[in-house]
Design a binder for this molecule. Sequence first.
Ligand code: HEM
Ligand SMILES: [Cu+2]
Length: 578
Amino acid sequence: MTTVAYPAPPASPSAATSYRTCPRTGLQFEAKAERLMIVNAVTAVVALLVGGILAIGVVLTRWPSIHWLPADTFYMVLTAHGIDMLIFWIIFFEMAVLYFASSTLLRCRLATPNMAWLAFALMLIGAVTNNVAVFQGGSSVMMTSYVPMMASPAFYLGLILFAVGALIGCFVFFGTLVVARREKTYEGSVPLVTFGAITAAIIAVFTIASGAIILIPTFLMSIGVVKEVDALIYRTIWWAFGHSSQQINVSAHIALWYAAAAIAFGARPMSERVSRGAFLLYILFLQLASAHHLLADPGLSTGWKVMNTSYFMYFAVLASMIHGLTIPGAIEVAQRQKGYTRGLFEWLRKAPWSDPTFSGVFIAIIGFGFLGGISGVMMGTEQLNMLIHNTIYVPGHFHATVVVGTTLTFMAITYFLIPALFKRELILKPLARIQPWLFGGSMYFFCLVMMGAGTLGVSRRHWDMAFQGAALGYEWPGAAYLMMGLLGIAGVVAIAGGGIYILVTVGSLLFGRKLEGGEASPKFTPVPRAAPTAVAQSYGSAGFAAPGTFVLAMIFLLAFVLYYFINWKYLGQVWGLS
Ligand code: HEM
Ligand SMILES: [Cu+2]
């Protein structure tokens, strides 16, 4: 085995640290970065646990025959569920991903570990402050917190502190890239996974700036310093933050899909350039797509809405379709090179389906594309949006993107990180093996019935779809109640699936057999050439010979076109021309 001679890193006191090379994966963990990844990931899982417990209240209230919580508690619990899941679980985990994609994949020390601890502390204080504010009542404003509806000052302050922390974390990530470059810890270009993380971090800076621009005046309004924040300006800028933050998630989980393909199969991207170009499209166009949240807002011109949602949005959609094609394609190319060449799909049949890291990622890719992607394009189309605007279709769509896509991917990667980062053997392996199927499968169904109920007009965020006691009642078709009942069942199963994830991961950290950490060294070490993760840590392309993936793409296209036109037909029926 050949190793490359690297120059020694400069001996500065801040560089005093140690590196260990994981004997199972060949990844190198720098001691300070490792501790930061661990605290961020563990805090994320705590947020997921809280959000998951709250999901029980939300689901059992929207299940019409149970209708559990009283109205005020429901709105409080729904607010906390949205924020704990979408903001705290996902972003704490993303901080761990940023440190992993910089320090671990580039095999260098973290730029400023003390600043990273400050970032973590601010995020933690912010998350706790915000939760306390919500649970005190009086801040049940939903995660969108539209003005002039006001929450308590601590609600906004918590979010602002959290955002400042996350921003500092992004700068530690950028600094670490500089360190890696200066100390020449990698050869050639950064690996694609790191490139994806860079995309996420660039979008994060834009996102957090937008959040600050709108949340700081709103905070000042809540303490009486500012008199008024204009509702339309609030919504426009809030969505520059709210929509873009979803692009951080998409970039991060897609980077992890490439990582998983590289680690499980040694798969190189089909074309580094095409994949990098697709990440760039996110940076250039996704923010403009935030207009799709404002399609029913008066005050914005139709031209602006149409331009953004009917033209620019598609560049971003194109980017996701490129990734959706090239990741399975890269896996196919790698599998074919290993000899799985029979028919169109032997490469897929012979994939490691019982490995929860692979199955989780694959279920995430398919669900994100078919459920999240197709519904997203439908609802992002200006005219069709009117069919489902503010109905429960909307959470149906975004549970397919942020739960099936992002959350399931993060869960899948955790199974890989437990031996590599946490040095523990996974416990309850049979449960871990079924977890992505149970969680992913029930979530697919959950999203579908939400979309079904939404198409029939059932509102989102509504405590009582029956409108009991209202002067103007509404007769729902039986199917609407049926779908909302199925939503209850699917939701409970999904919560159980999430519970298994927490049981297995937390149980493994506490009771899993301790594994060897690997040799420590005061300097960084080069990538062991035979390491199973070598591909994830380097640059290079594999080529495009993937007929099976092409067929899958055609099936996707067909589903897409059919669903799109069905919705135009629905729209045509709204206005009868008799
Ligand atoms: C076990 C899994 C989960 C179940 C059963 C579940 C269920 C629900 C339900 C029923 C709603 C309410 C829809 C409405 O009345 O409008 C909701 C809202 C929401 N959920 Fe989940 N959820 C789960 C996991 C997640 C995860 C993992 C995330 C984010 C990563 C998430 C993010 C949200 C958000 C942002 C809202 C909207 C809150 C709002 O309208 O302000 N959920 N969820
Ligand atoms: Cu959006």
